[in-house]
Write a new protein. Structure first.
Length: 247
């Protein structure tokens, strides 16, 4: 019984965000731009943060296109959800990403879309049946959507890296979607969500890219997962960090 109560609290508790976080990110969501919010998969607070970011942006009566880490083959079902002809349970989501808060987000966004012609949802990922690099595929899909309506995307944290100094003696270098788009000349802003430790998820604040703290965080929490050299600066790699801490 105690475990059930803990799960309910984790799913429905409301984290606190610094207002500066919303302000900084809102400023990057402009015409012909792509803003990528990183997440650690299956963290409920990461998904809820994205939803609150969308809600606060739409309250400004602005248009928005949202890209989701779902196979492009699921786009017809996303469209049917907006028409009330399908539910979120009809959509296939990669198991490593799938969890109830993510499905709740998709359902909420589809409901918003029903009442807002200025909001569009796109499934941008490559399906397992496609023999292609996922980041290359997602970059193509996002580039196709660049126009006067800004793009806001939710992807795993590593996809937010605009530059990685790979140790080529250990691995073949590759580019994540943010780097591919940046090299193509697109206006790309990226903001990974990082946790001080697994249990800290009640408060988030914005860390600018031009700070030593941002460099330390991306090296210890993201670059450390790769066969790559540490970054000497965060500028050019990401545009800011959303840091989750304990209250």
């Amino acid at each position: 019984m105690r475990l059930i109560i803990i799960i309910i609290v984790l799913l429905f508790s409301s984290p606190v965000h610094s207002m500066d976080t919303y302000k900084r990110i809102h400023e990057s969501i402009i015409s012909n731009s792509i803003t990528i919010i990183g997440e650690r998969h299956r963290r409920p607070e990461a998904v809820r943060f994205f939803r609150s970011l969308v809600t606060s942006y739409l309250q400004q009566n602005k248009c928005l296109t949202i890209g989701l880490e779902i196979a492009s083959s699921q786009q017809p079902l996303l469209d049917k959800m907006a028409e009330g002809k399908a539910t979120v349970f009809d959509i296939e989501i990669f198991p490593i990403i799938d969890h109830p808060p993510l499905r709740a987000l998709i359902s909420d966004l589809a409901e918003m879309q029903k009442h807002n012609d200025c909001l569009k949802l796109f499934a941008i990922d490559a399906g397992l049946e496609l023999e292609t690099n996922r980041d290359v595929w997602m970059a193509v899909k996002l580039a196709e959507q660049v126009n006067e309506t800004p793009l806001l995307v939710l992807l795993g944290n590593l996809h937010t890296l605009k530059k990685v100094d790979w140790d080529l003696t250990m691995t073949k270098g590759t580019s994540y979607v943010a780097e591919i788009l940046a090299l193509q000349g697109h206006d790309v802003k990226t903001y990974p969500q990082i946790w001080t430790d697994y249990a800290c998820s009640t408060w988030s604040r914005f860390i600018p890219a031009d700070t030593p703290e941002a460099v330390k965080l991306i090296n210890s929490k993201l670059i450390a997962k790769l066969n790559a050299f540490e970054s000497k600066a965060a500028i050019g790699v990401i545009d800011g960090v959303i840091l989750w801490e304990c209250d």
